[in-house]
Design a protein around this ligand. Structure first.
Ligand code: SF4
Length: 679
């Protein structure tokens, strides 16, 4: 970096949810700090490149205000006046529910807490974060059955497992330090690895059993495994009697499951299903690890319900080395949700419909939040220009990350007003009226909550470029000016916000900056003895009940019916890049490792279409058309094509469908019908 002050100060990597602690190192790199998660100071290529974006030449250093269709730089006072006029005007004309707030899974707990408080003090629950797009279905299913949507266990105790059942996740590439430090040691100690994924990837390399299912057949596979568990006596009768309800009904339904037929529907070997069932059912301690291959379907909630059945049938809940463990994709997607960046719950997951919970919040804020759940992220963009007239987008890039992205980008043009707070002029920012230059991860203090519920501190490693401002200062300034309760947003820094959060969200009660120190505190936290809870649901479920229900789950077909000759496009991530790519594509070292996206296609499908490896291909459907370079590989199964959503070109989400899971409202990123032909 040039011209800026950098210093080494332990903080948290801004990328995946593992939450490795890192700090600035000489010559612009990052080094791992021995911390709560990366005990040996290990980091992955993304972590090592984390500082590349901080001092990037594209950083916004002045507010941008749209004048006559063009952005011009403006003083902060003018830009904030425009925001207050724009948002305030929409609230005056249409009411607070005409504004949608996009919280950020990549920003701190304190910032997200203030953003959701702003929305609710203004009078709307229309606040959501991109947990909606990744694990909202996981959270919906786990909350319903277990009473909590987070990892039931910890990364540490996954080391103790005898079987890892990884469904729709690729931790070797997406959570590399967790894979190397926790999962691989368990495998080296003899744990079996079952990998359920349509694509062979780095995780598959370590697998004993690979089930390369057709996208959209997770329920068929899980039900077949459940049927084998019952048929072969691999269920835990004592656990079923003491800790579950509904076994008789589920057993009757599973008796009708034809394992061979389900295997055929999923396109996998029935013997491999039996092998997977035995590996999971015979293990003393078996842990399910799940990711977006499971969750991003219009039946994502049911997919997770089907997995929860496996854990309950075999008594793999409430003990070390077991459980159901969603791996989170962003460094604070867990925290953004914990602190209330969701439309149906207040901080600490108290339902907005619960009058007592609203009163507890009102005691702290001096104003009661609204009682009706707000709009989820994708529901809101579907209503832009209609009942939603303004958006506050904080550190997210929905014009790239939402499905049917071309339509989303055009919907932003239908808004009366949009303000984006970000580091760069992102694809979403190009549709804004005002863009406010915020702070990068390395320029801020606060806390984030990682994938296994550990709250850790972020500390500044750099000053701010130009006239960029700290996100928390921007949000509190806007809140003081937009609401009639300015005193509710008078904070003496992030620690004061965190202290308020610990009073409002019971799962954080008793935590403190001092207590977290250089380590972490895990929720749910006990204020009385100052410790966190490692393994959830040990004696009772988080519902307060001793038992959890088993569920009958029937397959649901994908929304996109494939036309003749179409392939199923499934999207995902790779080791070197991160989400919309706004950060990772600005790192020269990451771009040197993977500079362009490819469309992975099976050799049989390629031959049928006259496509050679390296050819340019056109990928299209009724939603859009993109070009990409073909990578012909048997890693993807026949009938399936794979690309990432990290690039603006090809913009994968121009092709993905916006059918939503009816409960969690998560889109079906993992199954889109596409035609693929040589360009
Ligand atoms: Fe960052 Fe995740 Fe890599 Fe750790 S594993 S360095 S948190 S991207």
């Amino acid at each position: 970096p040039t011209g800026r002050e950098f210093e080494s100060n332990p903080t948290v990597c801004p990328f995946c949810g593992v939450g490795c602690q890192i700090e600035y190192a000489e010559r612009g790199g990052a080094t791992g700090v021995e911390g709560a998660v990366n005990a040996r100071g290990e980091i992955c290529p993304k972590g090592a490149a984390a500082f590349d974006v901080v001092d990037h030449e594209d950083r916004l250093t002045e507010p941008l205000v749209r004048h006559g269709g063009r952005f011009v730089t403006a003083p902060w006072a003018e830009a904030l006046d425009r925001v207050v006029d724009g948002i305030g005007g929409v609230v005056d004309r249409h009411g607070p529910d005409a504004v949608q707030f996009f919280a950020s899974s990549n920003c701190t707990n304190e910032e997200n807490y203030v953003l959701q408080k702003l929305a609710r003090v203004l009078g709307t629950n229309n606040v959501d974060n991109c947990a909606r797009l990744c694990h909202s279905s996981t959270v919906a299913a786990m909350s319903e059955r277990f009473g909590a949507g987070a990892m039931t266990n910890t990364l540490d105790d996954l080391r103790e497992t005898d079987c890892l059942f990884v469904n729709g996740a690729n931790p070797a590439e997406q959570h590399p330090v967790a894979f190397r430090s926790y999962l691989l040691p368990a495998i080296r100690d003899g744990a079996t690895l079952v990998h359920v994924d349509p694509r062979a990837n780095d995780t598959t390399e370590a697998a004993d059993v690979h089930l390369p299912l057709r996208p959209g057949t997770d329920i068929e596979v899980a039900n077949a495994i459940a049927a084998v568990l019952v048929e072969e006596g691999l269920v835990d009768e004592a656990f079923l009697a003491e800790r579950t309800t509904g076994f008789d009904r589920l057993r009757d339904r599973l008796a009708a499951v034809d394992v061979a037929a389900n295997a055929e529907a999923a396109g996998v070997d029935p013997e491999a299903i039996r092998e997977a069932a035995r590996a999971y059912g015979e293990a003393d301690r078996a842990a399910i690890v799940t990711g977006m291959g499971t969750s991003q379907h219009r039946c994502g909630t049911d997919n997770v319900h089907a997995l929860l059945n496996l854990a309950l049938l075999t008594g793999n809940v409430g003990r070390p080395g077991t459980g159901v463990n969603p791996l989170r994709g962003q460094n604070n997607v867990q925290g953004a949700s914990d602190v209330g960046g969701l439309p149906s719950v207040l901080p600490g997951y108290e339902p907005v419909t619960d009058a007592a919970a609203r009163e507890r919040v009102a005691d702290e804020w001096g104003v009661e939040p609204p009682s009706e759940p707000g709009l989820t992220e994708v529901e809101a963009t579907h209503r832009f220009g209609d009942e939603v007239r303004a958006a506050v987008v904080f550190g997210e890039n929905p014009a790239v990350t939402e499905p049917n992205a071309t339509a989303v980008a055009s919907a932003f043009e239908d808004l009366d007003f949009c303000v984006v707070i970000d580091l760069f002029e992102t694809a979403t920012a190009t549709h804004a009226d005002v863009v406010l230059p915020g702070s990068a991860w390395a320029e801020k203090a606060g806390t984030v909550t990682n994938t296994d519920r550990r709250v850790m501190r972020m500390r500044p490693n750099a000053d701010l470029p130009g006239n960029a401002r700290r996100d928390l200062d921007i949000l509190t300034d806007l809140s003081r000016r937009l609401t009639d309760r300015p005193e509710a947003f008078d904070y003496d820094g992030p620690e004061a916000v965190f202290d308020e959060l610990t009073r409002v969200a019971s799962i954080y009660e008793g935590m403190s900056y001092e207590g977290i120190g250089d380590g972490s505190q895990r929720w749910p936290f006990s204020a009385s003895d100052g410790t966190g809870t490692d393994v959830l649901h040990a004696e009772t479920f988080a519902t307060g009940e001793r038992t959890a229900p088993l569920a009958v789950v029937d397959p649901v077909p994908p929304a996109d019916e494939l036309d003749a000759g179409e392939l199923t496009l499934t999207t995902g991530r790779v080791l070197q890049h991160f989400n919309s790519g706004a950060l990772s594509r600005r790192s020269d070292r990451l771009m040197a490792m993977r500079g362009e996206d490819t469309l992975q296609i099976n050799p049989t499908d390629a031959v049928e279409r006259g496509i050679d490896d390296g050819d340019r291909v056109t990928v299209s459907n009724e939603r859009g058309s993109v070009e990409a370079t073909a990578a012909v590989t048997p890693a993807v199964r026949e009938g399936v094509a794979f690309c990432t959503f990290h690039y603006a070109d090809p913009l994968a989400n121009a092709l993905t469908g916006d059918a939503l899971d009816p409960e969690a409202k998560i889109p079906e990123f993992k199954h889109s019908g596409v035609a693929v032909e040589p360009t």
